[in-house]
Design a protein around this ligand. Structure first.
Ligand code: GLC
Length: 532
């Protein structure tokens, strides 16, 4: 349908957290052969690309975001050949494969860092960020790590501090060093040459640091118990001069290959985020739009305002994107509740722009409480409340032991949800009203109705209702989306008629007159008003 549009514009991305997807070899941890077993699931569901969180060799201090070899596969997940096979099998099914690319830091066990730390004169010393102690001792400045504590670690051997914006085992690379840049661009080329379709770039906002290492201001609203990454304002550690140039250089590497893309994790306010599309759209194809992940309350008016503002802020020609959750943040079904999550799914899959779905959202999975003794996430070490393990628990495939994630006699690396017998693929597949059926129907509609992918967006004002109403319009095709954000019944007043194509309750279709548009609590309606 869309010759002029790239796959990453019309397609839907699905985030796989490999440790938790499917365990094929009985060690309680998901793996690449396990993902290969499940490729037909993605096709059945109707997504277009899978993004794998890191599968590279790693001591797993930050579950793969601490990489000790960028160009190989961790034996826990399989081999490079397994990954090649995954790409091959995915491509046979018309599925794209996107890998995580972690430019900000390596593992402290990466050979580059091992060399760098060996002596002050080592040729890789300057590949990382080393500083002398402050004049009266202690860390060189006040920068705090995003997992808590100082961002500086003193290294006895050479009596200097190295910088780690994340865990102490994740030293930051020095992107001011041209040799680092070249080595990291070679990493991109390595995977592009192997047929990888794109990259999700990790923590791009922090890749360049202030040249003068000035102190960051404290965040005045932060209080103990709040997430550690909010403790300071990253004035001198985020979005620094020189970062756009790096984004352009990454883009140039990726553009050397056909039909590849980058989706960037760049936590910044919207006005600065959208600049990472690049002035000539020559930077990141899709700077992740995290507004639905970070917004504190979920109300129709707020969402309406956010969507309209984002649409206005996008540079000409820039392609929007939306996401509800990821491996770092509380799941949407926990934040807004399971009933409302059905309406958010309709929102995600009918807004203009590329959606990214987090595994398990299609099943309406909620955060899974993880007992203190089982917490694994470094962010949960200081304060278990901030552990991200809760959103990384095993995928729920069926109602058998361990939700079908691993064999009955195996202990999965994180516990399985208590209510998995109701929320799993096999059970929901059979249920005409399940979240899975709803999601699959929405994905099928997206695939077949150009208005939902290519159509323009405009919202309609709704006073005195907690509803968000918008239209997607493409040539003669027009869809009206009406979403009730409240638990109460709402009446929306519009003119004209249409035809209900889908309710989030998956129980009604047929003609509707807009003068009596009644919505049940949390209901979303997708209405075809073509020709009406
Ligand atoms: C990103 C990842 C997160 C990781 C951090 C450090 O925010 O999404 O999981 O801990 O970067 O790599």
């Amino acid at each position: 349908m869309a010759e002029k549009h790239a796959w990453w514009q019309t397609g839907v991305i699905y985030q796989v957290y490999p440790r938790s997807f499917f365990d094929s070899n009985g060690d309680g941890v998901g793996d690449i052969p396990g993902i290969i077993c499940k490729l037909d699931y993605f096709c059945w569901l109707g997504v277009d690309a899978i993004w794998l969180s890191p599968i590279f060799p790693s001591p797993m201090a930050d579950f793969g975001y601490d990489i000790s070899d960028y160009v190989n596969v961790h034996p826990l997940f399989g081999t490079l050949e397994d990954l090649d096979k995954l790409v091959h099998e995915a491509h046979l099914r018309n599925l794209k494969v996107v890998l995580d690319y972690v430019p900000n830091h390596t593992s402290d066990e990466h050979p580059w860092f091992q060399e760098s730390r060996a002596s002050r004169t080592n040729e890789k010393r300057d590949w990382y960020i080393w500083r002398d102690p402050a004049p009266h001792g202690g860390p060189p400045n006040n920068w705090r790590g995003l997992f808590g504590g100082s961002a500086w670690q003193f290294d006895e051997l050479t009596r200097q501090y190295y910088l780690h914006l994340y865990d102490v085992k994740q030293p930051d690379l020095n992107w001011r060093n041209p040799a680092v840049r070249q080595a990291m661009y070679d990493v991109l080329r390595f995977w592009l040459d192997r047929g990888i379709d794109g990259f999700r770039i990790d923590a791009l906002q922090g890749v360049v640091k202030d040249e003068q290492f000035r102190d960051n201001p404290p965040n005045p609203t932060w209080k103990p118990g709040d997430p550690p990454y909010l403790e300071q304002i990253g004035r001198y550690t985020e979005d620094q001069p020189g970062l756009h140039e790096i984004a352009q250089e990454m883009r140039a590497v990726v553009d050397g290959y056909e039909q590849r893309m980058m989706i960037g994790e760049i936590y910044l306010p919207m006005d600065r985020l959208v600049q990472y599309y690049g002035g000539q759209l020559d930077e990141i194809h899709l700077p992740f739009n995290f507004q639905f992940v970070t917004m504190p309350t979920w109300e129709a008016q707020t969402v309406h305002r956010i969507v309209d503002a984002y649409e206005t802020m996008l540079p000409p020609g820039a392609w929007p994107n939306w996401v509800l959750g990821n491996h770092d943040r509380t799941r949407i079904a926990t934040r807004v509740g399971r009933e409302q999550a059905r309406a958010t799914q309709m929102l995600l899959l009918t807004l203009r722009g590329t959606p990214t779905c987090y595994y398990g959202e299609e099943l309406n999975i909620q955060d899974v409480p993880v007992p203190l003794a089982l917490i694994r996430d470094p962010m949960g070490q200081e304060n278990p409340e901030h552990s991200r393990d809760l959103v990384r628990t095993p995928m729920q495939w069926d109602s058998g032991a361990n939700a079908g994630f691993c064999l009955a006699e195996v202990t999965p690396w994180l516990p399985v949800a208590d209510d998995y017998q109701s929320y799993n693929v096999a059970t929901e597949k059979e249920d005409a009203h399940s979240m899975l059926t709803l999601t699959r129907t929405l994905l099928q509609l997206r695939r077949t109705q150009p208005a939902l992918t290519l159509g323009s967006y405009h919202s309609l004002e709704q006073e005195n209702t907690n509803c968000f109403v918008y239209v997607r319009h493409y040539h003669e095709q027009q869809y009206l989306i009406v979403l009730n954000f409240s638990a109460q019944e709402q009446v929306v007043k519009l003119n004209g008629q249409g035809h209900i194509v889908l309710s989030t309750y998956v129980d009604r279709t047929g003609p509707i007159d807009f003068s009596t548009l009644h919505l049940r609590g949390h209901e979303g309606l997708l209405i075809d008003k073509t020709g009406a």
